[in-house]
Design a protein around this ligand. Structure first.
Ligand code: FES
Length: 349
């Protein structure tokens, strides 16, 4: 599932963020065809540990495959990635993710910090097909704005259809409404001021910290934006609390042990989940079987699979949407069996 790609270019976006582009060999071109809003999982041996992280694609349509990586405090991979240079080779999984525009005629994009990364390609694609786009983009100060040149270029090109609103938390701007952090109240105030049409938008896309997404989503539904028009992507949850305990059913199953079968790339493999395993992914790793994963935190969806037989609960879920839960999907990194036998199909679309 991973292929080794060559780093084509590294562009410094801010003092702590880079845009990394890859060369994709002709033979892999169809596998690495991407949609705006998707992400790549990168993998490298960092200080002796197999480390992988997901980063959103920030390419303009037709441009080289590019991701944005912002250094996070104590971030092992994001720090490592700052020093990548052209010619380096790195393991990359083909594009994944469903945070993709749906052909809407008007979209509102709301991003904080590195949450801008998928918005660059989403905005470019939507503008290119004639949509109206409003982007509300929050940062500390001007110096921490990622993809500023790309956004300015879009603004110049689509002056009538692209509205770009910068919100800065530590650099005063003349208009008071543009100061501070992105919150639900702030977004509604921007709507009242006429800077953005929230209820008229066909789709609202949010990317950033979980707290921002929850607050803004609640504010939007509170003013009548239908839930099915609100889409979000969260890659980190700074407010994640202690890991939930297993339910009684999951505890009982774990104590007796659960026979698990997985279907992956057409092959069937078996292993057991025992009391020592927090989730199916951990149990598979203990059995020497590598299942797809990236964040291990319920955020990226790389480990998404279908419960084909039996049942499982998730410790946390920050990425599967209600329809996916209804259809029977789960996240292997969070799945705890609640039945004696569990069959998970990773090939299910
Ligand atoms: S590995 Fe990211 S959600 Fe499971």
């Amino acid at each position: 599932m991973f292929h080794e790609l060559t780093v084509r270019a590294v562009r410094r976006e801010t003092p702590d963020a880079v845009a990394i582009s890859f060369d994709v060999p002709e033979a892999l071109a169809s596998e690495y065809a991407w949609k705006p809003g998707q992400y790549l999982t990168l993998r490298a041996d960092v200080a002796g540990a197999d480390t992988r992280r997901s980063y959103s694609i920030a390419s303009m349509p037709g441009a080289p495959l590019t991701v944005g990586v912002k250094r996070v405090v104590d971030g092992v991979f994001s720090t490592f990635a700052q020093d990548l240079k052209p010619g380096d080779r790195i393991q990359v999984m083909p594009p994944e993710g469903r945070f993709c525009p749906r052909g809407e005629a008007s979209v509102v994009l709301i991003a904080a910090g590195s949450g801008i990364t998928p918005m660059v390609s989403i905005a470019a694609e939507a503008l290119a097909r004639g949509a109206d786009v409003t982007l509300i983009y929050g940062n500390r100060d001007t110096g921490s704005i990622m993809f500023r040149d790309a956004l300015d270029a879009l603004k110049d090109r689509y002056v009538d259809r692209f509205t770009l609103v910068h919100i800065l938390s530590r650099e005063p701007q003349d208009v008071d409404l543009l100061n501070g952090r992105i919150t639900g109240d702030k977004v509604l105030a921007l709507g009242r001021a006429g800077a953005v049409d929230l209820t008229g938008a066909d789709g609202v896309y949010l990317c950033g910290p979980g707290g921002m997404i929850d607050d803004v989503s609640a504010a939007l539904t509170g003013v009548g934006v239908p839930e099915d028009r609100i889409h979000f992507e969260r890659f980190y949850t700074e407010e994640a609390g202690p890991r939930p305990e297993r339910s009684a059913a999951a505890e009982a199953a774990a104590q007796t042990g659960v026979a698990v079968e997985v279907v992956l790339d057409g092959a069937r493999r078996s292993f057991r989940v025992e009391a020592q395993d927090d989730n199916v992914l951990d149990a598979a790793a203990r059995a020497g079987l590598e299942l797809p994963y990236s964040c291990k935190g319920g955020m990226c969806c790389t480990c998404r699979c279908m419960v084909a037989e039996g049942s499982a609960e998730m410790a946390v879920n920050y990425s599967l949407e209600p329809w996916e839960l209804e259809a029977g999907f789960t996240l292997a990194c969070q799945a705890r069996p609640t039945s004696e036998k569990l069959v998970l199909d990773f090939d299910a679309a």
